[in-house]
Design a protein. Structure first.
Length: 247
């Protein structure tokens, strides 16, 4: 039986994670050189496998030269072979591999591998959400905490949880380690397409920071902001984000 899109995404994200773990374990490279080699090796495998399995689909990868012809196609695979290069190079666990399929601009299929934790979360097998944390926990960047997120957390009385890659932060909400991920520092489509697909499938709220839907396979791949959170907090988080922006 032919492999489904969900199965393909999960298999490839997991396999890319194994490549990255093996490369790091060999100890031949470190820091930036390790991250660059990991990006290249994981990307080569992902592009080859997607091209072989889905030859009629388009592909957008952080590590590949963009082909604008993809904008005229309904199905485009959007991948980030190593999300969190710094964390990977530092020997941390908060990095990820993203494999997603956007159909007509919507994040439809996604797999996010967290190789350092030995797990891959997918839209094809949504996890059951845990109860909200008390107090609430809100994710921020390890190196550049967004001022909006710090403001919103203060208004909600939420604890700040610093974490590395976008995929790791988004999956922390899916896994119940945190409740809110508000990012306003700018990302690209490959940074959040797979996490958005997984988060949506799990029943979380996903939108831009102004509440509008996120669209993929745009000619301009930059995405300024993102909100992934438990649905019961979405309205208040969006209100507070708007209050900060207008103030």
């Amino acid at each position: 039986m032919e492999e489904s899109d969900e199965q393909l995404a999960e298999r490839l994200a997991t396999a890319a994670g194994a490549i990255l773990l093996d490369l790091r374990a060999r100890g031949e490279l470190e820091g930036k050189a390790l991250g660059q080699a990991g990006d290249q090796q994981a990307n080569a495998m992902l592009c080859n496998e997607i091209g072989a399995a889905r030859p009629d689909d388009a592909l957008l990868s952080e590590e590949e030269k963009d082909n604008p012809e993809r904008c005229g196609q309904s199905r485009v695979w959007i991948v980030d072979p190593l999300d969190g290069t710094r964390e990977y190079g530092e020997g941390r666990d908060d990095w990820a591999v993203h494999v997603a399929l956007a159909v007509d601009g919507v994040a439809t299929v996604g797999a996010v591998a967290l190789p350092g934790l030995g797990i891959t979360l997918t839209s094809g097998a949504p996890v059951a959400l845990h109860a909200a944390n008390q107090p609430l926990r809100m994710l921020v960047s390890r190196t550049r905490p967004a001022a909006e997120a710090v403001f919103v957390a203060g208004q909600l009385g939420a604890e700040l949880l610093a974490m590395g890659s976008a995929g790791a932060k988004a999956m922390a909400v899916v896994r119940g380690e945190a409740d809110i991920y508000l990012h306003t520092g700018g990302q690209y489509e490959w940074d959040n397409c797979a996490p958005v697909a997984v988060a949506q499938a799990a029943g979380l709220h996903v939108s831009r920071a102004d509440g509008s839907p996120i669209r993929y396979n745009n000619r301009e791949t930059y995405l300024p902001d993102l909100l992934i959170c438990r649905k019961e907090f979405a309205e208040e988080v969006l209100r507070l984000a708007a209050e900060y922006s207008s103030g």
